[in-house]
Design a protein around this ligand. Sequence first.
Ligand code: GTP
Ligand code: ZN
Length: 329
Amino acid sequence: MDKRACGVLLADEALSPATARWSPRLSRAADEDPAATPAAGDWVLLAPGDQDGAAWVLTEVLPRRTAVERLGVSGTSHTQVLAANADVVAVVAGMVPDLDLGRVERMLALAWSSGARPVVVLTKADLHPDPGAAISLVAASAAGCDLLAVSAPLDEGLDPLRAWLAEGATIALVGASGVGKSTLLNALLGDDVMATRTLGNEGKGRHTTVTRELHLAPGGGAVLDTPGLRSVGLSADTGLDDVFADVIDLADRCRFNDCAHTVEPGCAVLEAVETGALPRRRLDSWRALQREAAFQARRADARLQAAWTSERKARTRAYRARPTHPQGW
Ligand SMILES: Nc1nc2c(ncn2[C@@H]2O[C@H](COP(=O)(O)OP(=O)(O)OP(=O)(O)O)[C@@H](O)[C@H]2O)c(=O)[nH]1
Ligand SMILES: [Zn+2]
């Protein structure tokens, strides 16, 4: 499909699928900021199409209730929206071949900062010799959110997800390639996954939801599939404090307020590592992700700073170029 067009579901009775071309204004906005690009799950406004073929023109993306955002891949501090308006963000990870806890923590940070309810779904429980052990391994990272172990082929552990769908929730699936997102999607939606489509509504100014990756569940609700993510860069504003609430709690108990948890006496974090209460891996993961988020925060600052500077320069130029009053006025 044309990069400047997307599938929509019209908000008519049948939720008819259609294609909408972006308006020139939306295209410009998306060029400037990738986050303005319509994303799976977005609600949008459509206008009737023009002469050259397109039935609908997508004129506006409505404000998002929630958004799973990762750092754009273009090397800037811009973010890219992977899923919009989800009620539940499921971080999907495979119990086998190996459980990548660092990746789960990274994706959970995105899930927490999305504004939706974060859930960890551990797949392939049928292939793991001791699923309980895998769950315990993830428990600290998943503190404060639901943690599900599922097997799609055996249809085990899917009930909570089905219950959310039945309540009409939209569930976004995020996870690395091969962890079983498509398999999970099929298990949730039944054998014949409906053609991927996007929501919408007829007529100028009416509502629509966008997506290539939105699947309506037969009993209600929807699943947003995201591409298998090799890397997800954290943007500056992430939910790290939620993912690492236990470490933050410990840090609050250090003797010194500015404790760096490296060599300080009375450091509650290091003590917990020594006693084994806090896995060293988790402390390292927290440090690495924090450094990354701080770096992105500085870049985002630099971007704002640069935008402000160029705006100021433009204003100065405009001021200098103004018609001057005649002498002796
Ligand atoms: N035994 C078992 N196999 C599973 C389970 N879930 C997924 N698989 C298998 O794992 C492989 C990868 O699953 P996919 O669903 O294609 O993974 P994905 O996350 O959609 O991968 P991408 O499409 O690359 O993003 C497939 O061979 C699935 O059959 C499970 O719960 N149990
Ligand atoms: Zn400390």
